[in-house]
Design a protein around this ligand. Structure first.
Ligand code: PXP
Length: 248
């Protein structure tokens, strides 16, 4: 198949995590997002969690006002978040599962089990012009369900692949990569746009970036961490370089 262009979405949630550790206004995630755009990010991702542990409502307002490019607004499928999304109408809305007690988004959304509710939930978002993406595991049942409810995009959860890589469990890593490879092709055949993300680093991004159907990678925690050592612009440039090298 034809290899599609690959975009980088930079998730700036953890700039807000650092800000919130002290309260106050610094460091400003909106400033980081504008700088990330200037550094070559194709879009910005932000997750407004129910408990507002990092990104705040004011950050979303600030991002909508300041960004030149698209905002990918990550949110749980709650009434409150739907209202916020419909007020701002970001370019994309990515529906993620959310548990209060989790440290990060641990798994993909159970679309197959909640198909009817989710179909009703995303309809007004689509009518408002948002591209609706569903964050799911590389699982055929979930992809089919995402397709049936009318999502335009799926984002494949790369967490299990990245964890296996980081822990040196190379058999498990190969197995997770095989699932991502097969399911990216399966989703693309259904006409879904394929994104991927969670836990990606310079060391493990290459094989995911090389999947020809994947059109966007959303990467946050590693880039924000790496920015401490080399600055945000070089951290993003290096991620892009590795992605592009893997793609070619
Ligand atoms: N994509 C989705 C849907 C996410 O929930 C997250 C984490 O918020 C990411 C991508 C980025 O993951 P990470 O911060 O580990 O790069």
């Amino acid at each position: 198949m034809m290899t599609r262009a690959l975009r980088l979405g930079v998730n700036i949630d953890h700039v807000a995590t650092v800000r919130n550790a002290r309260g106050g206004a610094m460091p400003d995630p909106v400033r980081a997002a504008v700088l990330a755009e200037e550094a070559g990010a194709d879009g910005i991702t932000a997750h407004l969690r129910e408990d507002r542990r990092h990104i705040s409502d004011a950050d979303i307002e600030g991002l909508m006002a300041a960004l030149n490019g698209p905002l990918n607004f990550e949110m749980a499928a709650t009434e409150e978040m739907q209202k916020i999304a419909l007020r701002h109408k970001p370019h994309a809305v990515c529906i993620v599962p959310e548990k209060r007690e989790e440290r990060t988004t641990e798994g993909g959304l159970e679309v197959a089990r909640e198909e009817n509710q989710l179909a009703h939930y995303i309809a007004p978002l689509r009518e408002a012009g948002c591209r609706v993406s569903i964050f799911i595991a590389a699982d055929r049942r979930q992809i089919e369900a995402a397709h049936r409810i009318g999502a335009e995009v799926i984002e494949l959860h790369t967490g299990a692949y990245c964890d296996a890589y980081a822990e040196g469990r190379m058999d498990a890593c190969d197995e997770e990569l095989r699932k991502l490879t097969d399911m990216a092709a399966f989703a693309d055949d259904l006409g879904l746009e394929v994104h991927a993300g969670h836990g990606l680093t310079y060391d493990c991004v290459g094989p995911v970036a090389a999947l020809p159907q994947v059109q966007e990678l959303n990467i946050g925690h590693f880039i924000v961490g790496e920015a401490i050592f080399r600055g945000l612009t070089p951290a993003i440039s290096e991620m892009r370089r590795i992605m592009e090298e893997a793609r070619s």
